[in-house]
Ligand binder design. Structure first.
Ligand code: AHR
Length: 331
């Protein structure tokens, strides 16, 4: 409800001597992709929790169950409901121009989070926040390359499998770009398998099972999220191999389950992609409510890399020993 209307309702209630109804004056709608991973659950909890806890704010939440058509429907619904802000992340990066133009025409401030649409330069948005997916992908391969060098294995012919996220998602295209670019610095690493595991544990397990049958040898698994890495670990164990030793496993996200796998010696590294967007969303909407303008620059949170021993120099950061910080992980 808009502030002027709310004030009128409050004034009328007071004149009539009746208790004022509790009403939200800022309606915030969030179109979420689905719940494919531990990361996504933590992301939903962080954003929804921050909005719900904020006095005077109402959350209108839609889970699109990984379907673009559901997200498009949800966005049109938000427009019809006349919400005050829309938070949006796209399951894939293409196909949003028309519906986001409708959001712009309705003059609803659009806040982009996580996976950004490829039409970002053609639409109006008030703020954008999300992981630097290309850098995350670069860090994954750089970690494996530096670790192999440290082990004296850079004279071997190292076979690499890349398990990609949902095809067409900016998290998949960006991380793949970063993975492939970084491989150029490590000529002893060769990609022998590359396929999507759709960012889920179940598909990660299934893809690894099939690779273990079709490939003669896999030395390194680069999984573009931790859920797929954890699914792959189950498949590796079922095949009688030792994850973390026979196959070096590098995940992405840095969820608690990945920290536990690293501490147990079954996974080697996880590159962080933080899901904790709640504080950014609150700060942004509070600033906009106060009439401030936000910078259009995409804000990337500061992120780390966690592994078994720590100390691997990746240029932009140095890895941290997961066991030292596992208790601080809240998701
Ligand atoms: O867009 C962020 C990615 O989406 C996370 O890495 C992954 O776990 C999630 O499903």
């Amino acid at each position: 409800m808009k502030k002027k209307v709310l004030a009128a309702v409050l004034a009328a209630s007071m004149c009539m001597g009746i208790a004022a109804p509790a009403m939200a004056d800022v309606k915030i709608a969030f179109s979420q992709i689905g719940q494919e991973s531990d990361w996504r659950t933590a992301n939903t909890d962080s954003i929804n929790g921050a909005i719900e806890e904020h006095e005077g704010w109402e959350l209108i939440y839609d889970d699109a169950q990984q379907k673009q058509e559901n997200q498009i429907k949800a966005l049109r619904n938000f427009i019809t409901q006349g919400v005050d802000y829309i938070l949006f992340t796209g399951v894939v990066s293409t196909g949003w121009e028309e519906v986001l133009a409708e959001v712009n025409e309705a003059e609803i401030p659009l806040i982009l989070v996580d996976r950004l649409p490829d039409c970002i330069d053609k639409i109006d948005y008030v703020a954008a926040f999300g992981g630097d997916f290309v850098e995350e992908g670069r860090r994954q391969v750089a970690w494996a390359g530096e670790y192999l060098k440290q082990q004296g294995r850079d004279s071997e012919d190292i076979k690499v499998a890349i398990m990609e996220g949902t095809t067409g998602a900016s998290a998949q295209t960006g991380r793949t770009e970063g993975n492939l670019a970084a491989l150029e610095d490590y000529p002893f690493m060769e990609v022998v398998a590359q396929q999507t595991g759709n960012f889920t544990r179940a598909e990660g397990q299934a893809v690894m099972e099939s690779w273990l049958k079709s490939e003669d040898k896999i030395d390194v698994l680069i999984a573009q999220n931790d859920d797929m890495a954890l699914g792959a670990i189950d498949a590796i164990k079922a095949a009688g191999l030792v994850p973390g030793e026979d196959i070096i496993i590098v995940g992405c996200d840095s969820v608690k389950a990945a920290f536990e796998a690293i501490v147990a010696g079954e996974m080697n590294c996880t590159v962080e992609c933080t899901p904790l967007y709640g504080p950014f969303v609150v700060e942004t909407i509070e600033a906009l409510e106060n009439g401030e303008e936000m910078d259009k620059e995409v804000v990337h949170p500061e992120e780390g890399v966690y592994d078994m021993e720590g100390g691997i120099d990746l240029g932009s950061t140095t890895s941290i020993k997961a066991a030292d910080v596992i208790d601080e992980r809240i998701y």
